[in-house]
Write a protein that binds this ligand. Sequence first.
Ligand SMILES: [Zn+2]
Length: 281
Amino acid sequence: MLTQIINGRILTPQGWLKDGSVLICDGKILEVTNSDLAVIGATVIDARGMTIVPGFVSMHAHGGGGHDYTEATEEAFRTATNAHLKHGATGIFPTLSSTSFERIYQAVDVCEHLMKEKDSPILGLHIEGPYLNLKMAGTQYDGFLKTPDENEYIPLLERTSCIRRWDISPELPGAHDFAKYTRSKGIMTAVTHTEAEYDEIKAAFAVGFSHAAHFYNAMPGFHKRREYKYEGTVESVYLTDGMTVEVIADGIHLPATILKLVYKLKGVENTCLVTDALAYA
Ligand SMILES: [Zn+2]
């Protein structure tokens, strides 16, 4: 079935488009055009001046609607996911905070089960930790934090293919082997909760860390040690062409000036917006 949405403000990578239309066929966007002439055979929807954006793919969210995905129950997964679907997300990669591997296995079972449902909005699992730098872990649960252990992550990733993204601190011993392994499995690996400076970020990118989680948060910028100055993780990520970033663009985690800087230096193609939402979202 062909559907045409007209008379709205359409968000495109190049900016806002007025007097255009969006063509949808069988649930997928076929085309965004700058013409609002009726397409033969299409059912027309008049957006009456409202905003038209594609369905959001939520790639970093820990929970919502009072539940956290790390609870690893079907109820938690469904409630949190539905909370995000109400606000424009059409697909989600539920995020697990640092927890035990026992709990990760439980969450994998729930995730795999829900992903089998028809038109499931759950597209895969995202894990943040538990391989995190203790000093930079912030609100992450420090009782679970450790260095990467291949006796844990290899059996897990051999068993399931539902984990699509995994974030760790790249400066930990064993982190490079971890990233080479996750890359070989097609899993996106991000730097997070880190103190890495330029050489470490450059080396991390070379072995498979391709993304920076909640850019600017839980990572240092330019700083001083004694009388010398050092680039932080932030500048190092800017300098690493091809490394993508995500920002929590709520005006609190980052001020508008910094969002403009990210836009200017990384650009639309290398930046995504995330919520990093917790249970109370
Ligand atoms: Zn997070």
